[in-house]
Write a protein that binds this ligand. Structure first.
Ligand code: 13P
Length: 212
């Protein structure tokens, strides 16, 4: 089986997993992987992540032209922008999962890191989570705002929209996304109670032992 067919199968399986875990609903969200030649496989626009087929997945050039499959996600341009800025990134997950989107709708004092570092796994898998200002889905200006955040960050939270997480493989990007959703859930469960996030020293220690 070619590397591309394997990755098409993986997008289908991961899409179904995320849908069955109720992290994706309706036709919201998109997944992508980068191929060796720099083109990307990305989920088609208006598709349900729970019911993808390998052949329908779009292949898009680094310039954004459709090379095969169904018409691509309207967010293909922000996927391409993240890949351009992050040479080690090979996969991206963007979903509208409930707790993360709820966090994206709050007023944030610290827009450089929208959620507190509550757990070691959040620090390891997600890292800092800058808040990107609101733009309409599919807006090229959104792709440019995502590009700026991606220079320094593997994860980000789009205001009134949801997270984008990138990683070296699709599995890693999915695990990081799930970790982020769990942190957002913890954040709301803790609510107004005084939390005790990890200290700067603990975060530095995690980053030293588990570099991203
Ligand atoms: P697409 O259906 O075009 O992928 O858009 C869904 C989405 O999540 C927009 O942000």
């Amino acid at each position: 089986m070619s590397a591309e067919s394997e990755l098409r199968g993986k997008i289908v399986r991961m899409g179904a997993l995320l849908y069955n875990r109720q992290l994706a609903h309706g036709s919201a969200g998109n997944l992508s992987v980068r191929l060796e030649d720099g083109s990307i496989l990305v989920t088609p626009t208006n598709s349900c992540l729970g019911f993808l087929t390998p052949e329908q997945i779009s292949r898009v050039s680094p310039q954004g032209e459709l090379l095969g499959g169904d018409p691509p996600s309207k967010e293909a341009f922000f996927h391409l922008a993240v890949y351009e800025e992050r040479p080690a990134a090979r996969a991206i997950v963007h979903l509208h999962s409930t707790y993360s989107v709820a966090a994206s709708c709050l007023c944030h004092e610290n827009t450089e890191d929208a959620l507190p570092p509550l757990t070691a796994y959040h620090v390891m898998r997600v890292g800092k989570l800058p808040l990107v200002g609101y733009f309409r889905p599919g807006d090229r200006a959104l792709a440019e705002a995502v590009r700026s955040a991606a220079r320094e960050h593997r994860s980000m939270l789009l205001a009134n929209h949801g997270p984008i997480v990138s990683a070296g493989t699709l599995e890693e990007a999915v695990y990081a996304y799930e970790e982020l959703e769990e942190t957002a859930k913890l954040y709301f469960i803790i609510g107004d109670r005084k939390a005790s996030p990890l200290t700067a020293e603990a975060i530095a220690d995690i980053n030293r032992v588990f570099p991203s």
